[in-house]
Ligand binder design. Structure first.
Ligand code: PRX
Length: 653
């Protein structure tokens, strides 16, 4: 097992023994009642599918499982936008707030009711239709956290157009290659996004990306910041020209009936090769899985004010800012900016203003707030909070306790939710009011989720007997249905190591009580601030720089970001390892992939440690990055190399 990068965290987890039983008063009112796990999973999902979703044609079969291919709610027809918006208005919830949207500039706010949302979505759908978007048209979305982001996704869902949303922090190359891979015909973007008081350009990046993706013939741009951008005749349109004058009568643009298994969207995510994987999600199972988990895990009531502080560009945002909460007719907060703009109390102001009941965020953000201290937080009334959620990376017990004590006032259950882009929905999680919590443990698989920990040989490791590979043995509704254009990779990556289970790529152990402790990735995938990045992707970006001969990328543990990227680089003859070169390489990676992929450290080396068969020994580079004694060096072609690198790394500190 290669959990070395997080060894300190794991040591802390192993020693953790605090428990927090549920508060009986919470249990009394909780959505998940005692006996929840005793239900028959198939009956549960059948009922949730029928009661939580509205169908144009009812489904006839709950699921089909022909490993590794799953189908759910077969024979059904439905529409995601109808389920998220129209039916709520029809059911008298038009005046209920869908989003309290908070722009980054102070006092830039909007209250969007379900009726407002419907009006915006119908107009956008009519506008998109006027440009030729219809059922099956593939569309890329490259937006920040503005109201047009959920509106765009809902409008595309209304028309039955599959989309891929690319996080606004990704580069032109990343956006272009994703659009090319999916063969997108349209792109929806904005001029620039507000970022700590300054506009960060998106449209110029989109322009560069469109040059790489010739299938994109039409681009719609939201004017968010008034930044001047180039508009290409015949290709580029302003959102206001396309959308504002359209009819907002829902009958003018009916919701397209979609098959349960029709492609809903694609989300690209890093895997263990340089090429991101296009993860496919279909319609009904995804909606059922996300909305059901949202209801039980966050204990959502009709009057709950819920805030998932992720970005819509990641799966967390798709599932738990847009689709899950809207199916449940929830009132959400959506925030455009960063936690420290204009100052570090912004989040606490937002919670106080909207009386937020549920906060869902990532350990990195919690640790950042921890670093900033409690002064800002203590000035605000956070007593509305009832449930706190964590997602994206292992949460260390210290951060868990800090979150519970300082943000939750010692009274809120913390739900540490484990899942992945491929999973679509939360898979391992406590249920508030039901589960005895343990700081650092994601505790219990959700109902019907057959999670286990396997050893190398594919044998289940019994509870309390050590760590191994996290696997899932049965399908779940929001499970991905494959990888775009690469069925071989789908089978190879997830279904080949063990013949009877999905390989998650994480290490885990189950303690004597049957609770799961997630230990981070065991493959070449890194998790930096909850963002998934592949070592090979960054290495490829580095060697695409004209001065770089070779690069090896590893991660080291970092107190705030969980993991941090360390790049070892050998330069071509004639290039010098100056401080300027170092900055240039970091910028280069930022440009190739996105700022989140910039290495925290770059170490220049004369050569990299290679085995005699020519493989770079990343394990040793990781030992250097983490300041540990070097592991076995006997297979190295030239053992002196690592010592030189070690000295170089020391002198760079
Ligand atoms: O390593 C696990 C970690 O994040 C990976 C999935 O990343 P991504 O597909 O980007 O989705 C993140 C948001 C759902 C997993 O393989 N991870 C996610 N949640 C947790 C976690 N690790 C430990 N505890 C968690 N709660």
């Amino acid at each position: 097992m290669a959990q070395d990068g997080q060894s300190q965290n794991i040591d802390a987890l192993m020693a953790e023994s605090r428990t927090y039983p549920p508060d009986p008063a919470f249990t009394e009112q909780a959505n998940a009642k005692p006996g929840f796990y005793d239900q028959d999973p198939d009956e549960f999902w059948e009922r949730e599918g029928r009661e939580r979703l509205s169908w144009f044609t009812d489904f006839t079969t709950l699921k089909e499982w022909d490993r590794p291919y799953a189908k759910w709610y077969l024979g059904g027809k439905l529409n995601a936008c109808y389920n998220c918006v129209d039916r709520h208005v029809e059911n008298g919830l038009g005046d209920k707030v869908a989003y309290y949207w908070e722009g980054e500039p102070v006092d830039d706010r909007l209250t969007i009711t379900y009726a407002d949302l419907q009006s915006r979505v119908v107009k956008a759908a009519n506008g998109f239709k006027s440009l030729g978007i219809g059922k099956g048209t593939k569309v890329a979305v490259y937006l920040g956290m503005i109201p047009e982001a959920p509106v765009t996704l809902l409008a595309l869902a209304r028309l039955g157009a599959p989309f891929t949303f690319v996080f606004g922090g990704f580069s032109a190359t990343a956006l272009g290659s994703r659009m090319q891979e999916m063969e997108c015909e349209y792109l929806i973007t904005q001029d620039a996004a507000n970022r700590r008081g300054k506009p960060g350009a998106l449209k110029p990046t989109a322009d560069e990306a469109m040059d790489m993706a010739p299938t994109v013939k039409t681009c719609v741009t939201v004017n968010r910041t008034g930044t001047e951008v180039e508009m290409k005749d015949g290709r580029d349109h302003w959102w206001s020209d396309v959308v504002d004058g359209q009819d907002d009568d829902p009958k003018s643009c009916p919701c397209e009936p979609m098959d349960s298994e029709d492609l809903f969207f694609l989300m690209f995510s890093s895997g263990t090769t340089g090429k991101p994987k296009g993860i496919l999600h279909t319609t009904a199972g995804y909606l059922a899985g996300t909305s059901t988990t949202h209801h039980y895990v966050f204990d959502i009531k009709p009057d709950t004010v819920y805030w998932c502080a992720a970005d819509i560009g990641w799966i967390t945002g798709h599932s738990y800012i847009v689709f899950g909460p809207l199916v449940n007719a929830t009132t959400s907060v959506m925030y455009e900016g960063t936690p420290d703009f204009p100052d570090k109390s912004r989040w606490w102001e937002i919670i106080e203003r909207y009386k937020v009941n549920v906060l869902y965020t990532a350990p990195t953000t919690i640790r950042t707030h921890m670093k900033w201290g409690t002064e800002a937080l203590q000035k605000h009334d956070l007593s509305s909070l009832k449930v706190l959620g964590s997602v994206g990376e292992p949460i260390n017990p210290e951060a868990w306790i800090w979150y519970r004590d300082n943000v939750g006032g010692g009274k809120c259950p913390v739900v540490d939710t484990w899942w992945q882009t491929e999973n679509g929905m939360i898979l391992v999680t406590p249920l508030p009011g039901l589960t005895t919590l343990k700081p650092g443990s994601a505790t219990h698989p959700f109902i019907g989720v057959k999670a286990a920990v396997y050893d190398e040989a594919g044998k289940e490791i019994p509870a309390g007997e050590g760590a191994g590979y996290m696997v899932i043995k049965e399908p779940w509704p929001a499970m991905f249905r494959g990888l775009l254009n690469d069925d071989e990779r789908f089978k190879q990556t997830y279904w080949s190591q063990f013949s009877d289970a999905y390989l998650a790529g994480d290490g885990a152990r189950v303690d004597g009580d049957g609770d799961f402790w997630m230990m981070g990735r065991i493959d070449d995938v890194m998790n930096v601030s909850g963002h998934r990045l592949s070592t090979i992707e960054i290495e490829s970006a580095l060697v695409s720089h004209p001065d770089v001969a070779q690069a090896a990328v590893v991660s080291r543990a970092d107190a705030t970001t969980g993991q941090a990227i360390v790049a070892y680089v050998t330069l071509k003859d004639g290039a010098d390892g100056s401080t300027e070169k170092l900055a240039e390489l970091r910028e280069h990676v930022g440009k190739e992939i996105g700022p989140i992929a910039k290495p925290a450290n770059v170490v220049f080396a004369d050569s990299l440690p290679m085995t005699r068969s020519g493989k770079i020994m990343r394990r040793l580079l990781k030992d250097v990055a983490e300041n540990r004694a070097l592991g076995d060096t006997t297979t190295l072609a030239d053992p002196s190399v690592v010592n030189e690198i070690k000295q170089r790394a020391e002198s760079d500190k």
